[in-house]
Design a protein around this ligand. Structure first.
Ligand SMILES: *Cc1c(COP(=O)(O)O)cnc(C)c1O
Length: 512
């Protein structure tokens, strides 16, 4: 099965590993400065200038500079170079069309302080995106302002608190959150001033309904459901759960960061959800991975729409009454407006959200259409289930059930043979595959959360399966080697705690 799978030749071997400074040769130059064709200015006084000898700039030829940075760029791992099955992160291909459209001058060169009538096209895109998202979730109140999934959660929770406060129930401060929720859920609830009460997961990977019933009382503000859950599962009792919360007087929040599992298949609003967010930078193919920018719009029921963060785009219904062409153009030019909803929770960032990300998501939706979006989800589910089905003889499943857009494997059998999930993840790097999400969800021992996404071909999935089988074989033949992987990358095992807490990000001259 695993024949024909070999580790990549080491990229590091092709790379001269000396630092930029160590390549410096005194007197060597990459460019010649043109002679000054303007009058020379006075230099600032000496105490503002550094001594040229202390600057320590590398002196290199142009070719050496180009090689250095080009080879450095080839050490980057990205979705445009390699398979990236990082669970819950949806590292799917971002069509280049999205970038082309976002680069159009009418989108790229406008300023957030321009008047509404001078940016009608941009507002139209925002308005239509609101409509698409409202339609996709059956939650018609849409706020595009949040800059990330976690900020969408935060905005949604502030909406829940504001709505309950208006009902005279400001004492409701409890967020009920399953132990299989995404980690940002309890963090956002704490930020929104709520007390988090954890709900257990039952043996099938579902919310423990009896535990929920016991804890949903007069203090409940929201129940926060990650859907699909971080186990990659759909919650089959969601309607019963929503009824329990509503009967207790609370609201239901759905974390729809990964709506790529549900598009065109299920609408959260139809299931009784009151508030949700979705990550445009996962579900709707806008680039991510370097920490942003992102967009996490918040969607709510009609009743809650007046609480949305400012601004939202509204369309004036005025049909054009005047027969005069110029008059008609003037009226049309003012069709879209930015407004502050009546009971708005206010601004959650400076302007309107990550506008260029909104344009990319809108382009993606427009280019696929409704049927295309449904196919996105169907293929995401098929790909994840294909991997689950092909690997289940080698790896334990967190829960033995059809999965949604990702499958959570457990490396317990491998750990029993002396190789933890961490080493499997590191060994995958030698084969040019990004590590899956590891040790998450916390309730699964040796978790490896694999999200292939819908944009990968069967050939790529087959190679991934073959590589996982090869690593499983290596665990029998040479466990030590797997435990010391990666062997082919410029860095091997880092001290991860120090790397996170005290990163060394720039070269500095050694001083004695
Ligand atoms: C990624 C993710 C989030 C957080 O989104 P950010 O944009 O990183 O803040 C929240 N919930 C789920 C389920 C996610 O997958």
């Amino acid at each position: 099965m695993s024949e024909g799978v070999v580790p990549n030749a080491s990229v590091a071997d092709m790379h001269d590993r000396r630092l930029l400074m160590d390549r410096s040769v005194s007197g060597r130059r990459a460019i010649e400065m043109p002679a000054a064709d303007v009058p020379l200015a006075e230099m600032p006084n000496d105490d503002l200038l550094r001594d040229a000898d202390d600057l320590q700039l590398p002196e290199m030829s142009q070719l050496d500079v180009i090689r250095y940075f080009t080879l450095l760029s080839r050490l980057n791992f990205s979705i445009d170079t390699n398979f990236y099955p990082l669970g819950s992160c949806t590292m799917k291909y971002n069509p280049k069309l999205n970038d082309q459209v976002a680069s159009l001058g009418g989108f790229a060169n406008i300023h957030p302080l321009q008047t509404d009538d001078s940016v009608q096209g941009a507002l139209e895109v925002m308005f239509e995106l609101q409509e698409w998202l409202g339609e996709a979730t059956a939650l018609p109140g849409v706020g595009l302002a949040p800059l990330a999934g976690a900020q969408g959660e935060y905005a949604g929770l502030l909406i829940a608190r504001a709505a309950l406060e208006m009902r005279g129930e400001s004492h409701r401060k409890v967020a009920l959150i399953p132990d299989s929720a995404h980690g940002t859920n309890p963090a956002s609830a704490a930020m929104a001033g709520m007390d988090v009460v954890t709900i257990k997961t039952d043996e099938f990977g579902n919310v423990d309904v009896e535990d929920l019933r016991a804890k949903a009382d007069e203090n409940a503000c929201v129940f926060m459901l990650t859907i699909p859950s971080t186990l990659g599962l759909f919650e089959p009792n969601i309607i019963e759960i929503n009824n329990i919360i509503h009967d207790a007087g609370g609201l239901v929040y759905a974390d729809g960061a990964n709506l790529n599992a549900l598009l065109g298949l299920v609408k959260l609003g139809d299931l009784g959800v009151d508030i949700c967010h979705s990550n445009l930078h996962k579900t709707f193919s806008t680039p991510h991975g370097g920490g942003g920018p992102g967009a996490g719009p918040v969607m709510v029921t009609e009743e809650l729409a007046s609480f949305l963060p400012e601004p939202v785009v509204v369309k004036s219904d005025g049909d054009v009454p005047s027969p005069a062409r110029r008059e008609r153009a003037r009226v049309r030019a003012q069709q879209y407006h930015l407004t502050r909803p009546d009971n708005s929770i206010g601004k959650i960032n400076g302007f309107h959200g990550s506008f260029s990300i909104l344009v990319r998501a809108y382009t993606y939706m427009q280019s696929l259409g409704g049927d295309g979006l449904r196919a996105v989800s169907e293929n995401a589910l098929i790909n994840a289930n294909y991997i689950q089905a092909r690997l289940r003889d080698r790896f334990d499943l967190a829960v033995d059930r059809l999965c949604m857009h990702e499958t959570v494997l457990s490396g317990k059998r491998q750990a029993d043979r002396g190789v933890p999930a961490l080493s499997i993840a590191k060994r995958l790097l030698d084969y040019g595959i990004h590590a899956p999400t590891m040790y998450f969800p916390l309730i699964v021992p040796e978790a490896l959360m694999v999200e292939p996404t819908e944009t990968e071909s069967k050939e790529t999935l087959d190679r991934f399966v073959a590589v996982m089988q090869a690593i499983d074989d290596e665990i029998d033949s040479d466990p030590d080697s797997v435990n010391h992987a990666p062997h082919t990358l410029p860095n091997t095992r880092l001290d991860e705690a120090t790397a996170a807490r005290r990163p060394v990000l720039r070269w500095q001259a050694e001083t004695d």
